[in-house]
Ligand binder design. Structure first.
Ligand code: SAM
Length: 454
């Protein structure tokens, strides 16, 4: 009998989806369920049937996974933001390695390769140096927290175990200010209300930059909020205006309300200025692990010329600069390139050029002008590289490539193209940048092995 809506089914969760849902197989039919972890035997009620899968609601965990851990602390943030939290950390790392391996095999057609064990953290909590927390109104109450898995509903939270303590205190103060001054949550359907998100960036020294995301220019009583936040070590407060109806967090316009233009943070021996809209790796200590691995993979020496595609505020470029002759960093966000140039001065680095623009436009143009390099690192956004970038890499023909990615599916697609054009995957290293989430960061070393080995 086929499974229908309303059925209660039983089975074991065998995997996680890319959204962190549990994957259940019942009579060879796939059902996605929120709430369980791999190895749990569960009862689920079918709430939707689609063509090739069903969606279930977890009714009961009949038998706990042997890899389930008992949490030693209270968690009041949405499990949707940390779906793996109850899976033993060692098993999370194993699952992430398996995911990278599977994606490379299934999407990239690359198997029989050396995939190292995922490098984890000694203390996998409070690692996020940038959080973006949605705000809503429910039953006349302000709700501040992350979304429930696969839903628009926000789970109200006092604190997140992913962010440093100062971030949690800032949420508490903003909540108090909203209640005291009747500041409404912004409703993007009606365009009414004020505040839609809180962005909090923190640095290694425990200082914070606060970004108040509003639906329009109105931000009443902001001076009172400034007064209330004075007890914290806050280096700047920005208002960001986001009029969009989409789920994108930040809009284009930033207004500084208080303090410094940028936050100063550190990776290894280097310091970096970060503008409110510039990318900075969310996990500082794991970023160092990743960058050190990139340096090892590229096997840098004084004669090397390196391209750093999608360079952000120049972190990788500057990290490598002292070891090589020249680095070229390319990045689309103008403010990030301005940060990168400032960061070069700050770290007394002179052999790096930062160029603003789309990698798919700027990089081929630079090659046409004869600006060559023998090594290349790239760290594209989740959607991976445009075809023009991959074609230009093949044209440049660097001897070594370090491909860094937070999305193993697009990475596998891009790596496949490079392999089809003469490159070989030497080693893959997953690095756990986002503990307790389903996100996986990895770095791949590729070397050129010539067209005859295609
Ligand atoms: C994953 S981040 C990596 C940043 C940097 N490598 C780091 O480690 O901090 C990806 C960067 O690519 C930039 N970006 C996105 N699309 C781009 C494009 N088409 N061309 C150039 N840069 C782009 C983003 O603004 C972001 O800074």
């Amino acid at each position: 009998m086929p499974i229908v809506v309303g059925d209660i089914v039983e089975g074991e969760i065998i995997d996680f989806t890319h959204e962190g849902k549990g994957v259940l197989k019942v009579d060879n039919f796939t059902i996605f369920v929120n709430g369980g972890i791999i190895g749990d035997r569960v009862k689920a009620e079918i709430i939707q049937i689609r063509k090739s899968f069903g969606i279930g609601r977890l009714v009961e965990i009949i038998e706990s996974s042997k890899d389930r851990v008992e949490l030693k602390f209270h968690i009041d943030e949405s499990r949707g933001s940390i779906p793996l939290i109850e899976l033993e950390y060692k098993k999370q790392l194993e699952w992430k390695k398996k995911k990278v391996k599977l994606d490379l095999a299934k999407i990239g057609g690359i198997s029989d390769i050396d995939i190292k064990d995922t490098i984890g953290m000694d203390y996998p909590y409070r690692y996020r140096n940038h959080t973006q927390i949605p705000i809503a109104k429910e039953n006349e109450k302000i709700v501040i927290g992350f979304h429930e898995a696969g839903s628009n509903k926000i789970v109200d939270m006092k604190e997140s175990i992913l962010q440093p303590e100062i971030g949690n205190r800032i949420i508490g103060t903003i909540r108090e200010w909203m209640e005291r001054h009747h500041i409404e949550a912004y409703d993007k359907r009606t365009g009414k209300g004020i505040l839609r998100h809180i962005g909090i960036r923190t640095n290694k020294e425990g200082q914070a930059m606060v970004i108040l995301v509003t639906g329009n220019r109105k931000l009443p009583h902001w001076k009172e909020l400034l007064d209330m936040l004075r007890k914290e070590d806050i280096i700047s407060i920005y208002q960001n205006i986001n009029r969009s109806k989409s789920s994108i967090v930040y809009g284009r316009e930033y207004i500084k309300l208080f303090g410094e233009d940028r936050l100063l943070d550190y990776i290894g021996d280097y310091s970096f200025y970060i503008s409110p809209n510039s990318f900075f790796q969310v996990n500082r200590s794991q970023a160092k692990v990743l960058y050190d691995k990139a340096i090892e993979y590229l096997d840098l020496d004084r004669e090397d010329i390196v391209y750093d595609l999608y360079c952000g505020i120049g972190t990788m470029s500057l990290y490598m600069a002292n070891l090589v002759k020249k680095v070229y960093g390319i990045e689309i966000v103008r403010e990030a390139i301005e940060d990168a140039r400032e960061n070069a001065k700050l770290n007394k680095v002179e052999n790096v050029d930062f160029i603003v623009g789309k990698a798919e436009e700027v990089f081929p143009k630079m090659l046409n002008k004869g600006i060559k390099a023998n090594k290349l690192v790239l760290d594209p956004p989740r959607k991976g590289c445009e075809r023009e970038v991959l074609e230009a890499i093949i044209e440049l023909n660097p001897e070594r490539i370090a491909y860094i990615s937070c999305n193993s599916t697009t990475m596998a697609r891009d790596v496949k193209y490079l392999v089809e054009n003469g490159y070989k995957v030497e080693e893959v290293q997953p690095v756990d940048m986002f503990p307790h989430t389903v996100h996986v960061e990895s770095i791949i070393l590729m070397t050129y092995c010539g067209s005859e080995e295609k």
